[in-house]
Design a protein around this ligand. Structure first.
Ligand code: HEM
Length: 469
């Protein structure tokens, strides 16, 4: 392979070389790093000395990778060394859809699909609305709220209720705490830097945390079996399916439901947070959406039937997912040698795709850094130009669920409050995988109406969205 080509990613950026240097850049500033790779090197960018990692950008490359699941698979449990080397790690947590490939993946998707069709998702509308109302009631008498914890809690309670049938309760709090404990450990720096399975290490503690979580979900399954399975939550639906599908075992069930929850709530929390932030930065758009909501609902609560009649509100959510997709990048692993842009990559290459970069290509989205929800009205975008939910055979199962949830929460909020950024706010967006404002971003509550944009706002948000127009 041409040496200039191999080195160019790092040399042009004048930064430390090799895959570790690049991975550091990705970690330090994922969006800028991916954007500069594309701007400097085009749609196929191998990294490191003997590339085992390559970034690809744009609809054609997205299509090439995402529609070829025979070659490009999701990482399985066996690919992830640190899972395998911990004998404490509860193996069943790696039996979720995201870890499966080939026929096992197809079969699991077949089982899950009915729970995510429009008619099934419509059954969750009252839950989405009532949990939002509950959050709003907790804001009564308050002037401000902290955006990230509030929307994270809301996403968590939506997940606990719709996926597991758990209302806000001590049991739900316990399950939530166990998830938080596990994620806190698995996604911590000591875990990543010192993946050694010795007593007292974060690594060992994470293994035990997965066991506790698995035991709690097992208990929940047993409880549901004893007390009846007539709930419309997804866990009850899946337990009912077990009778006709004996090959779908209890460990499969545990892996599936924990995987759904893990895939659901951070993405939803980010999408909701970014929706409210972008609306707070764009009073004119907020005014137009409010008018649309008023014309349709005239003060009543939003219902499933309304969702097809609020095109601008839908455009807001689509535009949030375009500008700040809750997964900036996706990754596949190649199971056979593969040629991309004339370069052969060996089996085992990690192929990174970037919704963030693709969705900011000016030839696909004119004025790409501006927040323009109207661009979605009456327009059919070409396949693989909009991939916040990936695409092909692994298209996110929760896409309709997510769109509806975000529309319902946003409409309910805007009917009740105006939400503005406070004066002197430093609005910095951070996050390796998805956008969250750094801790401590307070929002101001007011009477329903337009948000006020403070004129002394600072921070890196202007790198993500052009608010000048
Ligand atoms: C705004 C919210 C969401 C976004 C942006 C999102 C995004 C994604 C993306 C990008 C993937 C593909 C990942 C990959 O293959 O590398 C995915 C897969 C998946 N998502 Fe979502 N997701 C969201 C919400 C949800 C929700 C609410 C659920 C379920 C309740 C869900 C369930 C799934 C499942 C089961 C998969 C695996 C599909 C498969 O491998 O066949 N997602 N999601």
């Amino acid at each position: 392979m041409d040496e200039t080509f191999v080195y160019r990613a790092t040399s042009v950026l004048s930064r430390p070389g090799g895959i570790y240097g690049n991975m550091f850049l990705l970690w330090a500033s994922p969006t800028e790093f991916m954007q500069s790779l594309y701007d400097h090197f085009g749609d196929v960018v191998p990294l490191g000395y003997k590339p085992r990692n390559v970034f690809v950008f744009g609809p054609e490359r997205n299509r090439e990778i995402l529609t070829n699941p025979e070659v490009f698979e999701n990482h399985s449990f066996e690919d992830i060394g640190y899972f395998q080397h911990s004998k404490e790690y509860a193996r069943e947590l790696a039996l979720g859809l995201g870890f499966l490939n080939g026929p096992a993946h197809r079969e699991r998707r077949r089982l899950l699909r009915p729970s995510f069709l429009r008619e099934s998702v419509d059954q969750y509308t009252p839950t989405f609305a009532s949990l939002t109302e509950r959050m709003l009631r907790s804001w009564d008498g308050r002037e401000t709220f902290e955006i990230v914890p509030e929307f994270t809690d809301l996403a968590v309670s939506m997940g606990l209720k719709t996926l597991m049938g758990l209302d806000p309760s001590p049991v739900a709090d316990k399950v939530k705490a166990l998830f938080e404990e596990m994620f806190g450990l698995v996604f911590s720096l000591p875990y990543a830097l010192f993946p050694v399975n010795l007593p007292g290490t974060t690594y060992r503690k994470a293994g035990f945390a997965t066991q506790k979580l698995s035991a709690a979900v097992t208990e929940l399954i047993e409880y549901k079996r004893r007390t009846g399975l007539d709930g419309n939550d997804i866990l009850s639906q899946l337990i009912r399916l077990q009778d006709e599908n004996p090959e779908f075992t209890v460990p499969d069930l545990i892996g599936t439901v924990t995987g759904l929850f893990r895939g659901m709530y951070p993405n939803i929390a980010s999408a909701l947070t970014c929706t409210i932030l972008l609306l707070a930065l764009h009073p004119q758009v907020t005014g137009e959406v409010l008018q649309e909501i008023h014309d349709r609902l005239d003060g009543r609560a939003i219902a499933s039937d309304d969702l097809d009649h609020l095109p601008l509100l839908e455009g807001v959510i689509m535009e949030v997912l375009r500008l700040l997709p809750p997964q900036y990048w996706l990754v596949r692993i190649s199971r056979a040698p593969y040629v991309l842009d004339g370069h052969e990559f060996p089996t085992g290459t990690n192929v990174f795709l970037s919704p963030y970069v693709t969705q900011r290509m000016p030839e696909l989205y004119p004025d790409p850094n501006r927040f323009v929800p109207r661009r979605w009205i009456g327009v059919q975008h070409q396949p693989f130009t909009f991939i916040p939910f990936a695409g092909g055979v692994r298209h996110c199962l929760g896409s309709v669920y997510s769109l509806h949830l975000c529309m319902i929460v946003t409409a309910t909020l805007l009917q009740r409050y105006s939400i503005s950024l406070l004066p002197h706010t430093k609005l910095d967006l951070a996050g390796l995988r998805r956008a969250f404002p750094r801790d401590g971003t307070l929002m101001k509550l007011g009477h329903p109406g337009l948000p006020v944009v403070p004129d002394d706002l600072t921070g890196n948000y202007t790198r993500f969205v052009d608010v000048t127009a």
